[in-house]
Design a protein around this ligand. Structure first.
Ligand SMILES: Nc1ncnc2c1ncn2[C@@H]1O[C@H](COP(=O)(O)OP(=O)(O)OP(=O)(O)O)[C@@H](O)[C@H]1O
Length: 399
């Protein structure tokens, strides 16, 4: 299994500080479970993802810091000798060569004569481009060009593969098929794959490990479920989840958390001693972690639909939102077609700003009515420092 490690990478480009002390190493506990993880670098546009890939590939030099590939510091090692294949966002294929000729040129530059044909065949097979391999790039669709570019990377048979937004600008079915093929390639050709995206859903679906880049550093490296359930910062919390995580203003006053949103009622909640300084915080709850209560569903008592009435604020319902509630049907494979639901009886005061969103699963087939109340237990409410954005650990129900 190949490994890439980045230590304290700094990069300033055209006067912009792009990477500031960026560190990356896959935690050993993750490697113990998944020795060959599919890694996704997730970050907003401009956060430094492409720059990081180019520095790993040796196409761009860092100002300082170390790139370690398989235990070897590759500072000063030229790109072609790093054992890295990179697929660019806009990959250039030779316009005067057919795809097969391009692949053959690539294979000739990296492989012994005896294995060239098998490497070329494998690249064609894994990317499913047999039907277009004798055509020129001009006239191929965006999806076909992307597959050809990926085939070029596969043909290099490199132990480290860097994919810069490999699924961007492709439409639904093509995107879905290519996502599956990338995972298949990864599992069939031993090595490390780093896939860059700004799309949180894509990261959640594809990654064994997600590294979130924000402000030129990696702020969390973890399995997707950990990123979802225990985000290290508000930026990480915002980076994934659809619909996006709900956020509510609050403050810490004398060690207690006090809501600053008139819709949100909190139980008695305390911070640990070392985090008890008075300050502004942000409470965040994933839409699918709210329990939804309503008095009426399509004119029928909610109980008959198996929806729980939100109980009075008790130990388990630590955070309760009772106005400006919006429900949505789940998206993805569990979605019930045509059962989306927006708005609700609680919108009586005309709140259309800052809706609190909950995912209703299974989605009802009739409109909900009556007052909607959301409640969440303490384990599902994340607390972040409002100015640094960092997670505050150890918040607990008093008594
Ligand atoms: N050669 C350059 N000169 C000046 N600024 C640059 C240069 N290359 C990149 N930058 C800046 O560095 C920042 C990070 O760029 P980078 O391409 O790494 O971001 P990214 O996360 O990959 O973004 P995107 O998702 O939009 O591709 C951006 O603000 C970009 O404008």
């Amino acid at each position: 299994m190949s490994q890439v490690e980045l230590r304290n990478i700094e990069s300033t480009l055209g006067g912009n500080v792009v990477l500031r002390g960026l560190d990356f190493v896959i935690p050993p506990e993750i490697l113990a479970q998944a020795p060959q993880p599919y890694v996704v670098f997730l970050g907003a546009s401009g956060s430094g993802k492409s720059t990081t890939l180019k520095i790993i590939a040796g196409l761009q030099a860092a100002d300082s810091g170390n790139v370690i590939i398989d235990g070897r510091d590759v500072g000063g090692v030229p790109a072609r000798d790093r054992g890295v294949a990179m697929v660019f966002q806009q990959d250039a294929l030779y316009p005067h060569l057919t795809i097969r000729e391009t692949l053959a040129t690539t294979v000739r530059s990296v492989a012994d004569r005896s294995v060239r044909q098998s490497q070329l065949d494998q690249a064609i097979e894994l990317t499913g481009i047999a039907a277009i391999v004798d055509r020129y790039p001009d006239g191929l669709s965006g999806g076909e060009l992307r597959r050809a570019a990926i085939a070029k990377a596969i043909a290099r048979n490199a132990p480290v593969r860097l994919l810069d937004e490999p699924l961007s600008a492709l439409d639904g079915p093509i995107r879905h098929a290519l996502a599956g093929d990338l995972k298949r390639w990864h599992s069939q050709q031993p090595g490390l794959t780093i896939h860059v995206t700004h799309d949180g859903d894509e990261a959640m679906r594809m990654a064994d490990v997600i590294a979130v880049i924000d402000g030129g550093t990696i702020v969390q490296i973890a399995k997707p479920e950990t990123i979802y359930d225990a985000p290290a910062s508000l930026a990480v919390a915002n980076a994934i989840g659809s619909p996006p995580i709900n956020r509510f203003p609050a403050i810490i006053r004398r060690g207690k958390i006090v809501s600053q949103d008139e819709r949100v009622q909190l139980g008695t909640l305390k911070c640990p001693q070392d985090a008890a300084t008075d300050r502004a915080v942000v409470l965040a709850v994933r839409p699918d972690r709210f329990v939804i209560g309503t008095s009426l569903v399509g004119g029928v008592a909610a109980d008959d639909w198996g929806l729980s009435w939100s109980p009075p604020l008790a130990d388990r319902s630590w955070c309760r939102v009772s106005q400006g509630v919006q429900l949505t049907a789940p998206v993805g494979p569990d979605a019930t077609p045509g059962a989306g639901y927006q708005g609700g009886g609680s919108n009586r005061d005309g709140l259309d700003r800052n809706w609190a969103t909950a995912v209703l699963s299974p989605a009802p087939t009739v409109p909900l009515d009556g007052e909607l109340v959301l409640s969440a237990s303490v384990g599902d409410v994340h607390v972040f420092d409002a100015s640094t954005g960092m997670r505050i650990e150890g918040v607990h129900v008093d008594g």
